[in-house]
Design a protein around this ligand. Structure first.
Ligand code: NAD
Length: 261
């Protein structure tokens, strides 16, 4: 029996076949989950094409998380097809390309506002709206990056958004624990996706992983997906409010062996 057999879950954030959300959808499908996929209008054709590859046909719903009415409409649609939701996957982020190129200090007010709203506040918005359907407890997983804790070149406002996202995970976990709903984040190492292409010098981040991560390599989206499926499953029933690193051990490294001699 798969780890998510009998569970119904909703996944936010598929843009194309490279998306981490798509890797999670494939892994959750293989683990037995019945899925609902959401995407923005521009990605609908690609997402419907991908959805057809899953073993249980998912409902596909449009949702821009900047619009509360669209978020509410998603769950009205879900309710027509499913009595209950067991999990939510949030794999959404946005920052203006120019704000991920120069210095953080130059971030304009509007770029800061939009990045924090789409990348951090949306977790709270989509989770709150899901609650009436999460009647048997459940699990919420979001995606973050180490740039929340350390100043990474060009990650800038997205690092600040990820810090807010990780703090939101802890506050949501505290709020929802009594309802047996767990909330966790997976902190992924760099993966070549549409969003990643918007970060200046992204290939340098991949090179640094090969040189400095404990495992001396980059990670695959499928490895992030397996960790997400674990957190969504009952196997993680005692885990909430945590950030789980899937980064080949990059975050634990101090001075490299070669420097110490
Ligand atoms: P991606 O571009 O495939 O996914 C980002 C998604 O956010 C897209 O589907 C996009 O449509 C969606 N999105 C943006 N604005 C939206 C809005 N207003 N409403 C609804 N959806 C919106 O890239 P990805 O790398 O798979 O990103 C998924 C998550 O993983 C993000 O939170 C990202 O920060 C995180 N992450 C990525 C990496 C990496 O290296 N790729 C590393 C760590 C964490």
């Amino acid at each position: 029996m798969g780890a998510l057999e009998g569970k119904v879950g909703i996944i936010y954030g598929i843009a194309n076949h490279r998306s981490i959300a798509w890797a999670i959808a494939q892994a959750a499908d293989a683990a037995g989950a019945q899925l609902v996929l959401t995407c923005i209008e521009r990605m609908e054709r690609d997402v419907r094409r991908l959805a057809a590859q899953l073993s249980r046909p998912p409902l596909v719903v449009l949702c821009d998380v900047q619009d509360d009415a669209q978020i509410a409409a998603v769950y009205e649609d879900v309710r027509k097809h499913h009595e209950r939701l067991d999990f939510v996957v949030h794999a959404i982020a946005f920052a203006n390309r120019e704000d991920l190129a120069g210095r953080f200090i130059d971030t304009p007010r509007e770029g800061f506002r939009q990045s924090l709203e789409v990348s951090a506040y949306s977790l709270t918005a989509v989770t709150r709206a899901a609650l009436p359907l999460m009647t048997a407890g459940g699990s919420v997983v979001t995606l973050t990056y180490l740039g929340s804790e350390r100043a990474m070149p060009h990650y800038n406002v997205m690092g600040v958004a990820k810090a807010a996202l990780e703090a939101s995970v802890r506050y949501l976990a505290a709020d929802l624990g009594p309802s047996r709903i767990r909330v966790n984040a997976v902190s992924a190492g760099p993966v070549q996706t549409l969003s990643a292409r918007g970060i200046a010098g992204f290939s340098g981040m991949l090179d640094a992983m090969n040189e400095r991560a404990a495992l001396k390599r980059n990670i695959e989206a499928s490895e992030v997906a397996q960790a997400a499926v674990f957190l969504l499953s009952d196997g993680a029933s005692g885990i909430t409010g945590q950030t789980l690193y899937v980064d080949a051990g990059f975050n634990i490294m101090g001075i490299e062996q070669s420097v110490a001699g």
